[in-house]
Design a protein around this ligand. Structure first.
Ligand code: SS9
Ligand code: ZN
Length: 669
């Protein structure tokens, strides 16, 4: 199950033929530098190369009118003057004698990708195309776009492959209004877009790009707009929106296919976006979507105009699709006030449609939508000047870190009567006690067996930290003893920061420390509210981990943001006996946790949980979790309790904030 890469040089063979400052950034080199970076890094060789094809008339008509198609068809025969004239009726776009051909290839590339993924030829993939698509409308070219590649692909997936629900994630920095218009009243396609907005001051300056455009008729709730009202948004702002808006909605929507309008003008250095998120953020955005729809994800290039950050971002995306370890999301700041304001507004506008957002707070007391024009006018001049200066400033940022794959992707430590699952490697360590534990033996520790187990765990963890091993799976007879043994010394001896995720009940945890060397998050049906401190976070659900809706809600809205902020060097995932978590949720959890600590997750399970070894191994190997069954609606009281918990924790953990009140303005990067 590989990753498809669709590219053809032909799509570099058109360009702007006259002077137009609005269009000069859309150059053929966007595609060549992206593709060359994939070749140079060896990533393209690891992909399944699939040729584009031309979309047929019938396919183009899935999202466009006949009149428009017929008009575009004439452009290859037009003179330069005719082309200029033709272009004038549309906004921020240009035509060229070869653009119709390229536009057919761009849309056809998206369809080839959908076919490859839907037929199981590959698991996921990316199409590097020009012209982009998300701005083009039923009867109009717009914003460098001729045909709406992703909208056509979504319609096609429904029609040709019987897909019931398509999620479109538009992480380009512009609002894909063309996609919004196409699916506004269609509940089978959920369109999500974040975009530079600045209270309607930024192109395409549409009222309907704001957070309160939620879809129409049956489609109400299936259009999610996140306006950025300031430039300079950073990684933490992007991740916060994913954790607190997109992922809860996406998991509740339960798509059969994920399409990404993969524009990289949302990355640092881009002259259009003027944002400050670094290219490695796309590794995380991609990864966070890879466990939806059984991993069926098709990314189609949209914008991206900085010829350095564009190829870097493309490589980060492809490397993630291929399953390489994620870069550590280091140095996250807290989301900025303006981002939180947008977050609060979107959550509030959507809470009536999504049970996962039902308990979200009200809009901020000053409605940012109504103060739109006033604010924009006030800030004019002053802001625009500052923005230009900043855009001129940011020319450099560090190269994204290497992401080396460990020689052993997942190692296991299993009792003799359990067969080692395919793809895992049995871990063998010397019989000698780990040096850090030898002293304990001399001191006459009482339980020899436990000591030996802990010793082997240590050996395994050491190999993880040197990246000889990726993840690990350990089955032991006494999980409590092993956990206590390991955690008592582990943090100070070996690891800076351990994130311990405990699924299910566990009796005494009095060995936990509060020095920040470990963060312990427990999901169970026990109420341990009183014991809570910054580094011990018990999450209680009435029905414990067997409540799938509550469980996933806790994972997305609490665990993920906590983990991003904590930035662990190791994740220890403990499944206590009788936790009640079902296999598919368990796999979701593992898949998501692999995004931290460069993929170094160690899973501890009790020996008598053999039946779960297969699914656990599969998830640890990076295989996507099976498609979710439609989730139950979230229990009212649990939902409220989770919301309260998040509110209380957000003074300590800034990534848990979902409202702007009481936060302070921070300076952009
Ligand atoms: C140039 C204005 C360009 C159109 C941008 C279209 C991006 C498509 N300052 N506006 S991703
Ligand atoms: Zn764009």
């Amino acid at each position: 199950m590989g990753t498809a890469l669709i590219y053809d040089e032909e799509m570099t063979k058109y360009k702007l033929l006259w002077v137009d400052p609005a269009c000069k950034i859309e150059v053929p080199e966007r595609l060549t530098v992206s593709y060359e970076a994939l070749v140079r890094s060896g990533l393209s060789d690891r992909c399944v190369s699939i040729p584009p094809r031309e979309a047929t008339d019938a396919e183009i008509l899935l999202a466009h009118s006949e009149e428009y198609l017929e008009a575009v068809k004439k452009t290859p025969y037009m003179t330069l003057e005719d082309l200029k004239e033709f272009t004038l009726q549309y906004g921020d776009v240009y035509f060229h004698p070869n653009i119709y051909h390229c536009a057919k290839l761009a849309a056809g590339s998206a369809l080839q990708l959908v076919d490859s993924v839907m037929t199981g030829k590959v698991r996921n993939g990316i199409a590097l195309v020009r012209p982009p698509g998300h701005h083009s409308m039923r009867s109009a070219a717009n914003g460098f776009c001729v045909f709406n590649n992703v909208a056509i692909a979504a319609q096609y997936a429904k029609q040709k492959h019987g897909v019931k629900r398509v999620l479109i994630v538009d992480w380009d920095i512009h609002h894909g209004q063309g996609v919004q218009y196409c699916f506004e009243d269609d509940p089978s396609v959920l369109y999500y877009s974040w975009h530079r907005y600045e209270h309607q001051k930024f192109w395409p300056n549409l009222r309907e790009s704001d957070y309160d455009s939620v879809g129409k008729g049956n489609g109400a709730g299936f259009n999610v707009n996140v306006p950025w009202n300031k430039v300079g948004m950073e990684n933490s702002d992007y991740l916060s929106i994913f954790c607190h808006v997109l992922l809860p909605v996406a998991y509740e929507f339960c798509p059969d296919l994920v399409l990404v309008c993969a524009g990289f003008d949302s990355a640092i250095g881009d002259p259009e976006g003027e944002m400050c998120a670094t290219p490695d953020i796309f590794a995380h955005l991609t990864h966070l979507l890879m466990n939806l729809a059984g991993g069926k994800l098709c990314a189609v290039l949209e914008g991206g105009y900085n010829l350095t950050s564009l190829p870097q971002s493309v490589c980060q995306t492809v490397q993630t699709l291929l399953g390489d370890p994620l870069p550590q999301p280091a140095g996250l700041r807290s989301p900025c006030k303006s981002a939180l304001e947008s977050l609060q507004c979107v959550r509030s506008a959507h809470r009536r449609y999504w049970s996962f957002l039902k308990h979200a707070a009200n809009q901020p007391s000053t409605d940012i939508s109504t103060k739109r024009i006033k604010l924009a006018n006030e800030e004019e001049g002053k802001t625009e000047m500052a923005v230009e200066e900043r855009a001129a400033e940011i020319k450099e940022w560090p190269e994204p870190p290497e992401r080396p794959s460990p020689p052993v992707r997942c190692a296991s430590l299993l009792p003799e009567d359990v067969a080692c699952p395919d793809g895992l490697k049995l871990f063998s360590s010397s019989k000698d006690l780990h040096p850090l534990l030898a002293s304990k033996l001399q001191n006459g520790a009482d339980d020899q067996d436990a000591l030996i187990t802990v010793s082997r765990l240590y050996a395994m963890i050491e190999k993880m930290l040197t990246n000889e091993i990726g993840s690990g799976l350990v089955l032991i007879s006494d999980i409590s003893a092993a956990m206590m043994g390991a955690l008592q010394d582990l943090p100070s001896d070996l690891v800076d920061r351990v994130l311990v995720v405990c699924v299910g009940k566990e009796k005494d945890l009095n060995y936990l420390t509060t020095d920040g060397k470990m963060l312990f998050v427990q999901i169970s049906d026990e109420d341990k509210e009183k014991e809570k401190n910054k580094y011990f976070i018990p999450v209680s659900l009435k029905k414990g981990c067997s409540d799938t809706a509550g469980f996933i809600q806790a994972v997305l809205g609490l665990l993920l943001p906590l983990a991003y902020e904590y930035d662990p060097t190791l994740v220890l995932l403990v499944r206590t006996p009788g936790s009640g978590v079902d296999d598919s949720m368990w796999q979701q959890l593992i898949g998501l946790l692999l995004g931290f600590a460069k993929g170094h997750t160690l899973v501890l399970m009790q020996t008598n949980e053999k039946v779960h070894v297969g699914p656990t191994a599969s998830a640890l190997l990076g295989r996507p979790a099976p498609p979710l069954l439609e989730l139950q609606t979230l229990d009212q009281e649990d939902g409220e309790a989770l919301e309260r918990l998040r509110e209380r924790l957000q003074t300590d953990w800034k990534m848990l904030q979902t409202t702007s009140e009481g936060t302070e303005e921070t300076l952009p990067c």
